[in-house]
Design a protein around this ligand. Structure first.
Ligand code: AR6
Length: 167
């Protein structure tokens, strides 16, 4: 229940929804986006093509197809350019994902570390934003049971664990 921090590959998780760190085309890419498309199969690309893209800070939902997760929620994080501008866009990603979570009655959702890979958003800056939005969503949405942060590498894992107060 509540917030969980795990290390691993998000495509293997048995949750209602996994979140994809996509780009504005929604047509796939590297990193977690590539892994999710490979694991979900070609129908995911077709579903994304039909949506026709997603602006930075927004989110869109598709089925999970061959994934264990029933849904994929695609969001587009900001590219890091320095300064404060990206913080609000990153928070907006999480808020828009949680809006879809509520609308679809999703009880368990897993996130990758949005924007902190290819988009170079500093992990130490991204983690408190992610945790604050997750805590707010758990308070606001009684149907939401579990928010899992899935960390692919040890730097991200340690950043989440220390910020979440997990030893
Ligand atoms: N499970 C969980 N986390 C993963 C996995 C996985 N299978 N694979 C990578 N990560 P990134 P971004 C971690 O670059 O920074 C794509 O090309 C990774 O270690 O995937 O939002 C899109 O199409 C890092 O901690 O996403 C966009 O063009 C985190 O996921 C662009 O990259 C995010 O890294 C988006 O860049």
């Amino acid at each position: 229940m509540g917030i969980q921090v795990v290390r691993g590959d998000i495509t293997t998780l048995n949750v209602d929804a996994i979140v994809n760190a996509a780009n504005t085309s929604l047509l796939g890419g590297g990193g977690v986006d590539g892994a999710i498309h490979r694991a979900a199969g070609p129908e995911l690309l077709e579903a994304c093509r039909a949506i026709g893209g997603c602006p930075t800070g927004e989110a869109r939902i598709t089925p999970g197809f061959a994934l264990p997760a029933r849904w994929v929620i695609h969001t587009v994080g900001p590219v890091w350019h320095g300064g404060q501008g990206g913080d609000e866009q990153l928070a907006s990603c999480y808020r828009n994902v949680f809006r879809l979570v509520r609308a679809h009655g999703i009880r368990t959702v897993a996130f990758p570390s949005i924007s902190t890979g290819a988009y170079r958003f500093p992990v130490q800056r991204a983690v408190p934003i992610a945790l604050a939005e997750a805590r707010a969503a758990l308070v606001d949405n009684p149907g939401l049971e579990q928010v899992v942060f899935v960390c692919f590498d040890s730097v991200v894992f340690e950043a989440y664990r220390s910020a979440a107060g997990i030893s």
